[in-house]
Design a protein around this ligand. Structure first.
Ligand code: NAD
Length: 504
């Protein structure tokens, strides 16, 4: 065992000790709280599937308490002075950075994500808070729309208490991505973190409270989707639901939220194409292809899980790809050398292994991997399926693991048909040095986000989100405020214009 791994393990144990001592509570109305029923569930580390902590399992009672607290806190938070809101959100960012090591280590052990990536979790979370803190003072601004006898102006107002429901893959960063703009907009929040990696949500609630966020402005209710999540999406006080999760969950939430007509933002799954043309810079393309499917264990919504590669370069590119993938280091997530850690849960491992079997049944060439890794437990080998056809399930379904399906194409027209020939539409990646083709192709891709000659590159003002089964709505920059705020038009008469008269 390397020295650096040992050092990380020792530090992680110190940070985790508090979670082992007592059940992890909800955080409601500014204070930790157990479930009324006393029920808990275990969160297990993907490293060995041993319990890290028992966590309070919330239900309708805890959701009601949290939603009521959020409703009570809303008017004062909505009217909180802008400059103070900005400073408070920056103070939260400072505090996140102050606990960066703890967040990284706890996140890595709870989620199985390699520390090389999770080391940036706090930094990215803090950036989310800082970005929206600085935008907060202008979030309410609107337009002036003068007419002949009236002046219209718009303003934006926070929609009210909102729900943020987040997944297990990069929990801390994704939670801040939802919660920071909601708070900046003036909304209060009930957060329901994923049940497979809930620990850093508790750190976030604590940090916000310690930084001075008033009680009830951010509430965290732990629990299962079918109980806590469902109750939250059905609660009358909650005005909008921001979900990051699977497509089936998105559909269920639409149904659950329909009777109370909530506004929804759904960031769902993907089966994102990366299209490599023969004229591309193939060295750079190869780096990006490998990074975008094997980073974050492949448990990444924007992973480029389908490689479409032009026939003329297919064999050589595949050979180079296979050689690189075979060298990817699978190992303990706290080892700084590890590139792929254990997958989140044995159920998820079974799902991924199921696709290995399916590929073989479908006579796909399993060029690399396709099995559990020597490390045992939840570790699987980075895998390449070659020579696949787009209609096969391995090319159509989101596997959400370190698995790349490679499909050859003849020309631009075929590449586009393959790229768009899935139910998802989150992201697309394009590698070509033909400027005209880059624009032409990008415009025709049925996805919410396209990267040309680049890996997924984050710029906070840009819109983030997908189309088709990948969801609806966008966030990022002002798009987030549009979701968390109502736009109101106010029309004022300039003088004594003629008012229509009835019944005179
Ligand atoms: P999931 O859909 O199973 O769960 C997401 C969250 O929804 C969890 O907190 C869960 O408890 C909750 N939930 C489940 N059923 C619910 C219900 N009926 N009512 C209310 N809440 C419910 O997803 P997951 O397995 O945690 O995460 C993986 C999925 O998330 C993948 O499909 C991935 O692509 C997607 N994802 C998307 C993005 C994006 O930005 N588009 C980012 C990360 C992950």
């Amino acid at each position: 065992m390397s020295e650096r791994l040992n050092a990380n393990l020792a530090k992680a144990q110190q940070y985790l000790a508090r979670f082992r001592r007592a059940a992890v509570p909800h955080f409601i109305d500014g204070a930790p709280r157990a479930s009324e029923s006393g029920e808990t569930f275990a969160t297990r580390s993907p490293i060995d599937n041993e319990s890290l902590a028992s966590v309070a399992a919330g239900g309708a009672a805890e959701v009601a308490a949290a939603a009521t607290a959020a409703q009570r806190a809303f008017p004062a938070w909505r009217d909180f002075p802008n400059d103070k809101r900005r400073s408070l959100l920056h103070a939260i960012a400072d505090a996140i950075e102050g606990r960066a090591e703890e967040i990284a280590l706890v996140e890595s052990v709870d989620s199985g994500q390699p520390i090389r990536f999770m080391a940036a979790a706090a930094k990215r979370g803090a950036e989310n808070f800082r970005f929206f803190a600085d935008k907060a003072p202008e979030a309410r601004n609107g337009l002036s729309l003068p007419a002949r006898e009236h002046v219209n102006y718009t303003l934006r107002q926070p929609i009210g208490p909102v729900a943020a429901i987040t997944p297990w893959n990069t929990p801390f960063m994704l939670s801040t991505w939802k919660i920071a703009p909601a708070l900046a907009a003036g909304c209060t929040v009930v957060h329901k973190p994923a049940e497979w990696s809930p620990l850093t949500a508790t750190l976030l609630a604590e940090i916000c409270c310690a930084a001075g966020l008033p009680a009830g402005v951010l509430n965290t209710v732990h629990g299962y989707g079918e109980t806590a999540g469902r109750a939250l999406t059905e609660h009358e006080a909650i005005k909008a639901v921001a979900l990051v999760g699977g497509s089936a969950t998105g559909s269920r939430i639409m149904e659950q939220a329909a009777p109370t007509l909530k506004r929804l933002h759904l960031e769902l799954g993907g089966k994102n194409p990366v299209v490599v043309f023969e004229d591309a810079d193939l060295d750079r393309a190869l780096d990006a292809v490998v990074f975008m499917i094997y980073s974050l264990n492949g448990e990444r919504c924007t992973s480029s899980s389908r490689l479409l590669v032009q026939q003329s370069i297919h064999d050589e590119f595949l050979e180079r790809l296979a050689a690189r993938v075979a060298k990817i280091k699978v190992g303990h997530p706290l080892d700084p050398d590890t590139e792929i850690g254990p997958l989140i849960h044995p159920d998820h491992v079974d799902k991924v292994l199921g696709y290995f079997a399916l590929a073989r049944n479908e006579h796909v060439d399993v060029r690399v991997g396709g099995a559990k890794a020597a490390a045992g437990g939840n570790y699987v080998l980075p895998t390449v399926f070659a020579g696949a056809r787009n209609e096969l399930r391995v090319a159509q379904e989101e596997i959400f693991g370190p698995v790349l399906t490679v499909i050859p194409f003849a020309d631009e027209q075929e590449a586009l048909a393959l790229a768009n020939g899935v139910r998802y539409g989150l992201a697309g990646y394009l590698w070509t040095n033909d400027v005209g083709r880059a624009h032409r192709f990008a415009q025709k891709l049925d996805v919410g986000m396209v990267w040309v000659n680049s890996e997924n590159n984050r710029h906070l003002p840009t819109p983030f989100g997908g189309m088709k089964a990948s969801g609806m709505g966008r966030d990022g920059g002002d798009y987030s405020f549009d979701f968390y705020m109502e736009t109101k038009n106010i029309c004022v008469a300039l003088g004594l214009h003629k008012v229509p008269t009835l019944g005179r």
